[in-house]
Design a protein around this ligand. Structure first.
Ligand code: CU
Ligand code: ZN
Length: 186
């Protein structure tokens, strides 16, 4: 779990803006707005940015959650319609790997590990993945759904991490090209 101070996020946004001014193409971005599920009041957002290296950066912010660690994944279906968010299906797993931690050699494409929530009910997480893209393709995050769970992901129970109920769900949508620097991660 990595936490970036706000100053670092501001700096990266400034760099993206500078890149756009230098007439290089903006990095492709996608956005998921997390809505409460299963009777929770969890909310938040997740920004995906496909970097020039080909890796995709994931920046999540969550509010109104209980303090502690919560399993956090990209699930295979972009459907948050069910009250318990089971409509989003299982973890996105185009690679056909076992469930594990994102640091492990083999894991689901959608395994983000845990997001830690503080005493104020808020938490942030930033990571990068070489198993996800924003642009179209077999590993694209667009049309999938981010799920925030009630419990901690134990990073080993198959295939779910035993992370419990789905307390937040957000469908991942493409964001208009060139807007990467406008997306503020709180
Ligand atoms: Cu999940
Ligand atoms: Zn998984």
């Amino acid at each position: 779990m990595q936490r970036f101070p706000l100053a670092a996020l501001g700096l990266s946004a400034a760099l993206l803006g500078a890149g756009a001014c230098a007439s290089s193409k903006p990095d492709p971005t996608a956005l998921a707005i997390i809505e409460p599920k299963s009777g929770s009041s969890v909310s938040g957002k997740v920004v995906f940015t496909q970097l020039p290296s080909g890796e995709t950066r994931i920046e999540a912010t969550i509010q109104n959650a209980t303090p502690g660690k919560h399993g956090f994944h990209l699930h295979e279906k972009g459907d948050c319609s069910a009250a318990d968010a089971t409509s989003a299906g299982g973890h996105f797993n185009a690679a056909g790997n076992p469930h594990a931690a994102p640091e492990d050699a083999k894991h689901h494409n959608g395994d983000f590990g845990n997001i830690e929530i503080g005493a104020d009910g808020k938490g942030t997480m930033t990571m990068t993945s070489n198993m996800l893209t924003v642009l179209p393709g077999p590993n694209s995050v667009v049309g999938k759904a981010v799920i925030f769970h009630d419990k901690e992901d134990d990073l080993k129970t198959q295939p779910t991490g035993n992370a419990g109920a789905r307390f937040g769900c957000g469908v991942v949508n493409e964001t208009p090209t060139g807007n990467a620097s406008q997306i503020k991660v709180r």
